[in-house]
Design a protein around this ligand. Structure first.
Ligand code: HEC
Length: 400
């Protein structure tokens, strides 16, 4: 049965050959990933394959890299199912992204945003689903080949080297690691400090702090510890990343010229392959997603009243039914209603509450004034708008 299943595209193609309109994409070219790049002008080279050709997981001495071979193995199917007027020639309207465009489809697909990504499962090739063309998943054999290829591409992206410190030997006790090599060029003076110890053979870090050089705030994003073994282990690895990604939530900007606790402040690195840790033989290098100059945002301090005694003597009485003003605000706003606790015992707090309803630039436009002179206000208007306004105008120095 499966052999005679016809996809929308093959039907469309057959019709296309006889002159009918080929259905292929309900999306305009820019919808797939934001950019249409026929010919793959900005992608990595189609023949060098991996990110840096350094003999990583995709290397294949003397020939195209392994990931490219996997693409070539599925290229004919891809072109047959997705290419032609659709994603190869892109003559269909609205124009689909030409991610299989010649002369080299591999070059084109590498340049297509969202196609080859660190998490292959998120590739638009797989997430697209049925559109005017079929979803990749409608043919499981084909889908399997596409996944096999994308998986290797993802592995290569993930293994791309991040900025890192050199491997350093840790000591039991205080450590101070110069992060310069992991930082963007030009940023120096950043150190990572922590106290290291072993807890049942597990590396334990305490008092983790970032020290930023004077004058430059520093943004630290996702540091990752990598254990560097003195010699290859049973599975021929010399480096074991912290698989638990202890600092995956770390995204912090710290002030220059200070020591700041780096979240989470302390950690046990107990990921696979890290146990037992050996201070004498092992080293650690610290990778970062980013270590760059940043800007610590300075929170504006909440404004506070200048003269609480003046408020208590000259303003508050009018709000509590004195000075001929009605209604008595404290009747309703005595205990927190609408952010006013006029009967509260701490008059600094009460004054700050009122301050929050004042407009320094133009006191007559303050909420505390207009609410009960113009309204609408559930408690009604004051009996004497001018006198009420004057209470604040005459006492501006109490607040500002
Ligand atoms: C009878 C009860 C009552 C009295 C008396 C009263 N209010 Fe109100 N006030 C309310 C209620 C209820 C609200 C919330 C609903 C509204 O906005 O009208 C309110 C809201 C307010 C607000 C808006 C606060 C905000 O941040 O949104 C201000 C300002 C205010 N009142 C000032 C006063 C002043 C000044 C007095 C005295 C002159 C006063 N009220 C007397 C019931 C009262």
């Amino acid at each position: 049965m499966a052999n005679i299943r016809l996809t929308a595209l093959t039907i469309g193609l057959a019709l296309g050959l006889t002159g009918a309109i080929v259905a292929c994409s309900d999306d305009a070219a820019d919808k797939l990933g934001g950019r249409n790049t026929p010919g793959g002008t900005s992608g990595t080279s189609g023949t060098s394959g991996g990110t840096d050709g350094d003999g990583g997981p995709g290397s294949n001495p003397g020939g195209p890299p392994a990931e490219e071979l996997l693409f070539r193995a599925v290229e004919t199917d891809l072109k047959q199912k997705c290419g032609n007027a659709c994603h190869e020639l892109a003559t269909y309207k609205p124009t689909p992204p030409a991610f299989l465009a010649g002369p080299d489809a591999y070059k084109s697909i590498k340049a297509q945003p969202g196609a080859i990504v660190a998490d292959y499962y998120q590739s638009v090739l797989l997430t697209k689903g049925a559109h005017a063309g079929p979803a990749v998943g409608t043919d499981p054999t084909f889908e399997g080949k596409v996944i096999e290829w994308l998986k290797l591409e993802s592995a290569i992206i993930q293994s791309a080297k991040k900025p890192s410190t050199d491997p350093v030997a840790l000591v039991s006790g205080p450590n101070d690691i110069d992060m310069t090599k992991a930082a963007v060029p030009g940023l120096t003076g950043v150190h990572l400090k922590f106290d290291a110890s072993l807890v049942g053979g597990i590396l334990s870090l305490n008092n983790i702090k970032v020290v930023a050089g004077a004058g430059t705030d520093v943004h630290v994003y996702k540091p990752k510890f990598v254990r560097v073994l003195p010699k290859p282990n049973a599975t021929n690895q010399t480096e074991i990343p912290d698989g638990a990604d202890t600092f995956s939530n770390t995204d912090q900007t710290v002030p220059g010229g200070a020591e700041t606790v780096l979240n989470p402040g302390s950690a046990l690195i107990s990921a696979d392959g890290w146990h037992p840790y050996d201070f004498a033989a092992d080293k650690v290098r610290i990778e970062v997603e980013k270590l760059e100059p940043g800007k610590v945002s300075v929170l504006e301090k909440p404004k506070v009243c200048k003269d609480v005694a003046g408020f208590t003597n000259n303003v508050l009485p009018s709000m509590r039914g004195g000075g001929g003003i009605t209604p008595n605000c404290s009747q309703c706003h005595g205990n927190g209603l609408a952010g006013l606790s006029l009967n509260g015992a701490d008059q600094a707090v009460v004054c700050n509450q009122v301050l929050g309803k004042l407009n320094e630039a133009d006191l007559t436009k303050s909420l505390i004034v207009t609410k009960v002179t113009v309204g609408p206000h559930n408690g009604g208007n004051v009996n004497n708008a001018a006198a009420w306004t004057a209470v604040f105008q005459n006492n501006k120095a109490v607040f500002f």
